[in-house]
Write a protein that binds this ligand. Structure first.
Ligand SMILES: NC(=O)C1=CN([C@@H]2O[C@H](COP(=O)(O)OP(=O)(O)OC[C@H]3O[C@@H](n4cnc5c(N)ncnc54)[C@H](OP(=O)(O)O)[C@@H]3O)[C@@H](O)[C@H]2O)C=CC1
Ligand SMILES: O=C1O[C@H](COP(=O)(O)O)[C@@H](O)[C@H](O)[C@H]1O
Length: 604
């Protein structure tokens, strides 16, 4: 039987509860939300301090006792709803703090609390905006997840009219919705809410013009503003400064989604954070790591903490090693200029794979609240040993001809220096110095231009002590151990390799999969990670965003290695485009008695 926790809009509740404590109806009196519109329920919960229990989600909501909980925003502990960052006794002139004005404006009857959300995509003419952000916003609109009153603005230097932006959005609709019923009608409706404003990124005057346009749309409603910085990182601070001083909300919240890269190392990341915090409070900054929005990454905690069969096994006692593997079957084509400055370790490992590892290995959080989860992630990151060059193998793809087709090498890209040592592949062994994971190798592998596109987590369990059937396994007992595979993409699945008797009169064993294949089990398509994350940012849910202390801890682990690689000019091992990567990755694994699980016949 399916237990349903609709993502939209009831997932808004914890965040909304935190912001709306003041005007609750008598405790215990149920409010029938009915099923008129998802947004009606959302609006109702905004006015009252409400909870929706698992059993009554979507049908009735009940007021709950105002919580005394405080939120840790990373820079110490403070109550969520207090005006923060008060300088010289006055509130800051820049972005308003979360919910502060909302609380001031909403009356006991909820009057004045009708709000609107303006989403400004800064860098709207760019690749990410076209490929991911606009399609995700449309998908949210199609699914009825955006607020009743919302406006989308594109902002960039390119000259464009509203009509041209709309054409761009409709023509680059790459999302999962494009084959769905009524898509074109919904698209028309959505496009009417999309506008464009051309401006420089460092011009307060241009952001002030944007502010005027936003105000026209917002009218007298509480105006909440979300900025998505889909621009190169060297202009993040210009935009934050100008938007903060000239286009922040005067009476609602203002939040900023910041795209990676968050710096190149510990120092530049800290400088970026300091810069952002001149204009923003930590709880207004939503650092996005889109891997945290992927369905199976979000499911990691569910798998672990709600299944008795897994949680007791989740330690050095039963787990031999953990492998977190990312591969792409294409190179850096078109992004070489960006990539050469960063390399695969910064592009994939320090963020996406490390975030997965932190979620995998953290201790049980006190609750599912964002700060409780992020506290546990920080703790486990701080328990890890910083990497050194000996723990890592790096590679770079070279050109390869297959079937008469020549696939270019990394340095064949005109935007990449011909003598570049930037790794396009890396394998690393990480260790967590705590009681749960002492001595367990966590192996990561990430590469571009490999033979396949895939992201997965492989958990290899220990041998069964005194296994009665060991005679049936031949000499290689490793092949008989259980392995849990969480395939993040493509073709999402969770499967457990077990030993099983082959039916028949004899006693022959094989390894078979207990397989949860998402496409077979669930008919509903999986939302794109950007949909989930955009919705969370609109709702003020920070669980899947990176807090500044997490970021510091992550850079702390990788910065010494990155410096060592650069200072010693360590040359990457070349591997052919479309291959399985450098052989060195196998030696690294062998050093820790590990065999990569994604090889040959073993792979599913
Ligand atoms: N593309 C992707 O797949 C991913 C991107 N990211 C991150 O998202 C952000 C946006 O990425 P993406 O869309 O690819 O970036 P783009 O290079 O496409 O840049 C986005 C927009 O920024 C403006 N811009 C580009 N270069 C400069 C410059 N040197 N100075 C000022 N403005 C500039 C351009 O708009 P205009 O000229 O009109 O002002 C451009 O359309 C980056 O931080 C990137 O690292 C993260 C993950 C994946
Ligand atoms: O952040 C990045 O991710 C993409 C891979 O994302 P996916 O969702 O398609 O798996 C990667 O191609 C890019 O280099 C990197 O910057």
């Amino acid at each position: 039987m399916a237990v349903s926790f609709p993502k939209c809009p009831s997932s808004s509740l914890p965040a909304i509860q935190a912001r709306n404590r003041a005007w609750a109806p008598p405790l215990g009196s149920p409010i029938q939300a009915g099923d008129s519109s998802k947004w009606a329920l959302f609006e109702a919960t905004k006015r009252y301090n409400l909870s929706v229990s698992a059993s009554n989600r979507g049908s009735a909501v009940t007021p709950v006792e105002p919580s005394k909980k405080v939120e840790d925003s990373g820079a110490g502990t403070k109550p969520t709803d207090l005006p923060i960052k008060v300088e010289n006794g006055t509130p800051p002139t820049g972005f308003s703090s979360e919910g502060f004005q909302n609380l001031q404006q909403a009356g006991p009857d909820g009057s004045g609390s009708e709000s609107t959300v303006s989403i400004t995509v800064v860098g709207a003419s760019g690749d990410l905006a076209k490929k991911k952000i606009f399609p995700a916003l449309f998908a949210l609109y199609y699914e009825g997840c955006l607020p009743k009153h919302f406006t989308v603005f594109g902002y960039a230097r390119s000259k464009m009219t509203d009509a041209e932006l709309r054409d761009m959005v409709s023509l680059t609709l790459t999302c999962r919705i494009d084959q769905r019923e009524n898509c074109s009608v919904k698209m028309e409706e959505f496009l009417k809410r999309c506008f464009y404003h051309a401006g420089q990124y460092d011009s307060e005057a241009h952001f002030a013009d944007l502010d005027k346009k936003l105000k026209q749309h917002e009218g007298s409603r509480i105006s909440n503003r979300l900025y998505y910085l889909s621009i190169p990182p060297n202009i993040f601070l210009d935009v934050v400064k100008c938007a903060s001083l000239a286009a922040s909300s005067g009476n609602g919240w203002t939040r900023v989604i910041v795209e990676k890269p968050f710096g190149r190392d510990a120092e530049s990341s800290a400088a970026l954070t300091r810069g952002l915090k001149q204009y923003l409070h930590e709880d207004q900054i939503f650092r996005i790591d889109h891997y945290l929005g992927k369905e199976l990454v979000e499911n990691l905690s569910v798998l672990r903490f709600s299944n008795l069969v897994f949680e007791p096994l989740w330690s050095r006692q039963y787990i031999r090693n953990v492998q977190i593997i990312f591969s792409e079957d294409f190179g850096t084509e078109g992004r070489g200029g960006y990539f050469d400055h960063y390399g695969i370790i910064r592009d994939i490992m320090q963020n996406h794979l490390l975030q997965i590892m932190a979620l995998f290995a953290m201790e049980t959080p006190t609750s599912l609240e964002a700060e409780d989860i992020r506290n546990e992630k920080v703790k486990v990151l701080r328990s890890m040993k910083p990497l050194q060059a000996d723990d890592v193998v790096i590679g770079q793809y070279k050109s390869h001809t297959r079937g008469g087709v020549m696939y270019p090498g990394y340095t064949d890209d005109k935007t990449v220096p011909s003598n570049s040592l930037t790794p396009t592949f890396a394998a690393a062994a990480l260790f967590i110095n705590n009681a749960r994971w002492d001595g367990v190798p966590f192996l990561m592998k990430a590469g571009k231009a490999l033979h396949t596109k895939r992201a997965e987590i492989r958990v290899q369990f220990r041998h069964v002590p005194g296994n009665l059937y060991k005679g049936c396994f031949g000499t290689d007992l490793d092949r008989a151990t259980n392995e849990l595979v969480i395939r993040v993409q493509p073709d999402e699945a969770i499967y457990l390799k077990i030993n099983n008797k082959i039916p028949g009169l004899g006693m022959r064993l094989d390894r078979s999969n207990l397989n949860l294949h998402y496409a077979a089990r669930y008919s509903k398509e999986i939302p794109d990670a950007y949909e989930r994350l955009l919705l969370d940012a609109i709702e003020g849910e920070r669980r899947l965003f990176i807090r500044s202390d997490e970021l510091d801890a992550a850079w702390g682990l990788f910065t010494p290695l990155l410096k060592e690689l650069e200072e010693r000019h360590i040359a990457p091992e070349l591997y052919p485009y479309g291959s399985r990567g450098p052989v060195g990755a196998h030696y690294l694994a062998a050093k820790y008695n590990v065999r990569w699980g994604d090889l040959g016949a073993e792979q599913h």
